[in-house]
Design a protein around this ligand. Sequence first.
Ligand SMILES: [Fe+2]
Length: 242
Amino acid sequence: MKIVQITDLHVGREGEETFGVDVRANFLKIKQAILKEKPDHLVLSGDLCFDKGDKVIYQWIKEHLDEINIPYDVISGNHDDPVMLAEIFELNDNLHDQQLYFAKNLGGYPFLFLDTTTGIVSQEQLHWLKTELAKHDREVVIFMHHPPIKANVPFMDSRHALRNKPEVQQVLFNHPHPISIFTGHYHVEKNIRHGNTIVHITPSCYFQIDQKHPEFKVDHHRIGFREITLENGTIMDTVKYL
Ligand SMILES: [Fe+2]
């Protein structure tokens, strides 16, 4: 099974100024790349909107996704509104107290999709995560917008990190089986392993952030996506840039 993850699209309204980047054109380029890759499934891991949740933008993205006819899942980022997302993408069954989180099986693997819109994993969601992890005695795959671990990207670690990392890590790191996590949010490409948990941070469809500079600095404007292949108990992944 082949999954493509795209993240941090930051699509604006038509004609909206988005710091000189044509984010809509970027999304259309990614759409063409996905068509070539022919994945079995697609995941959008948050920050679909340029600044804040917008039904018009969600509708525009949804129309393009529906056109390519590949099943997909969407999670919410800090520049999204999970209630609007659920309404436009018809995900109301996955909405719990205004948070969009859910479990499903893909290619024989258990997958969990979390909601970190507010910069934390809420207490009720943490409880749900623990319960879901306990159901499986094998590797679990998680998609969440924020990485649940320090990534040595000083600007993001100091200003925009997941705020309740220790609580989330307690649940993840004490789990007796491997966990593969795929995130966005940091606008970098990175893999970080801690014990049973490996965190893959996928580059943005907008711009990438300098991984050393303590202040905000754009590294480059090449856009990318991650291709994840699940095959006979092996998970392989590659980042491709356009
Ligand atoms: Fe984000």
